[in-house]
Design a protein around this ligand. Structure first.
Ligand SMILES: [Zn+2]
Length: 412
């Protein structure tokens, strides 16, 4: 009898629910608590309750026993058992009554879910969290995905001014996912599998029409599906090509020039470009004294990579310009110099930039860079490395949204 009173207090069981039996197994370190709705006690219809006109109905029957894992009590795994009654409402028919300790279809109580969510939020390490909570990896995954569904359903229809669209490699680089971010809100809106038009449409369709129509600009790489997605779903928005991606394309061109030249020099036993890959890719502000000395020597040799590097460095000025006319004039000069460099990779990037010039000039107006490039990217990388190879896309999406979706996931 004392056990029942104690557990009624601890579990916060509300009348008329009552604890009918407590089973303590010290060897197995578990407590099983049997909670029932008393016989011959009428209950409110859950559907009428939602419509704010509660109808008290007769209990029709009871469902088969369900079990929920609850917070441990005295370090013992604690389970709640119950046969949930079904009422017969004149308007809605036979319905299971509401329980306040867990969500439908979930095998954990709200308090247990809350604890799991809080631990995961702090550690991000799923194996360790599962171990601490003494549940399986699959059970923890289910708690996470349920928490994400709850969080997504609670999202409000907020205006999102600046959106980022970016790709992330998935399955060790063999395939991709597309990540849509709220740049100002520093959160991931959603993640879709692949980077094709279907993926892009799925993401945009996750926003309301009002949200789509209020987007000011979308930041992205020169990726056709991302560009056409803006035309279909938010045609009023400016496309802004992401500064970090532009730099990446320029860096890749410099590296191609270096590789080719290095090969040619090696044929004449000239090793002057050995070990210089990162010298050309690093910002000169981050050069060490050793890098500076190396550059001072190399720059005397009239190398092709030096010319390529020079075009890349020149382009950096573009990002600090403040008017469209300045930017247009600058681009014209830079384009002339790049296309006269006699370096194929540089000429190719220059032509690509020219084809996308409108979306480069919008940078001057919005000054946005992709959310992924600022912090979120490294956090996604961290999630990926902790979870060691997501084989399943949905798990990867859930993990990203759980940690970076800015979601309110706690049950209440
Ligand atoms: Zn009803």
């Amino acid at each position: 009898m004392e056990d029942k009173a104690l557990y009624t207090q601890i579990l916060g069981i509300q009348a008329p629910w009552e604890i009918v039996h407590v089973d303590l197994d010290v060897i197995q370190e578990r407590v099983d608590i049997f909670v029932e709705w008393p016989a011959r006690t009428d209950a409110p219809c859950p559907v009428c309750g939602k419509e704010n006109k509660e109808t008290i109905c007769k209990v029709h029957d009871r469902r088969k026993e369900r079990v929920w894992r609850h917070l441990d009590t005295c370090q013992m795994k604690t389970f709640i058992h119950s046969h949930i009654p079904r009422i017969k409402c004149p308007k809605h028919g036979v319905k299971s009554i509401n329980i306040n300790w867990a969500d439908e279809m979930v095998r954990f109580t709200h308090l247990f879910e809350r604890l799991a969510i809080q631990i995961l939020k702090c550690s991000a390490n799923r194996s360790q969290t599962a171990k601490v909570l003494r549940i399986s990896w699959d059970e923890l995954n289910r708690i996470m995905s349920h928490a994400v569904i709850r969080g997504l359903s609670r999202r409000k229809e907020e205006i999102i001014n600046f959106i980022g669209m970016d790709e992330k490699s998935f399955l060790s680089g063999h395939s991709y996912v597309t990540v849509m971010t709220d740049i100002e809100g520093k959160r991931v809106i959603d993640v879709a599998e692949n980077r094709d038009e279907i993926a892009v449409d799925t993401l945009w369709q996750g926003l309301s029409e009002k949200q789509c129509k209020n987007v000011q600009s979308v930041c992205m790489d020169f990726w056709k599906a991302y560009i056409s997605g803006v035309c279909r779903h938010a045609s009023q928005a400016d496309i802004v090509y992401d500064r970090f991606h532009v730099t990446k394309h320029l860096n890749e061109a410099v590296d191609k020039v270096r590789k080719k030249e290095h090969r040619e020099l090696l044929q004449n036993k000239n090793t002057s470009l050995s070990g210089t890959k990162y010298l050309w890719l690093k910002n000169p502000e981050k050069w060490t004294t050793k890098d500076e000395n190396r550059y001072a020597i190399l720059s005397k040799n009239q190398l092709a990579v030096g010319r390529a590097w020079n075009r890349k460095e020149l382009f950096r000025e573009f990002w600090s310009l403040t008017t469209i006319s300045e930017a247009e004039a600058f681009f014209k000069r830079w384009y002339f110099s790049a296309t006269h460099s006699r370096l194929k990779p540089i000429i190719e990037v220059a032509k690509m930039l020219k084809r996308h010039l409108a979306g480069l000039l919008t940078w001057i107006k919005h000054h946005i860079t992709n959310g992924l490039a600022e912090g979120l990217n490294s956090k996604i990388q961290q999630i990926k490395s902790i979870a060691k190879g997501f084989r399943d896309f949905e798990n990867y999406r859930v993990a990203i949204l759980f940690h970076l979706g800015g979601l309110d996931m706690i049950p209440h």
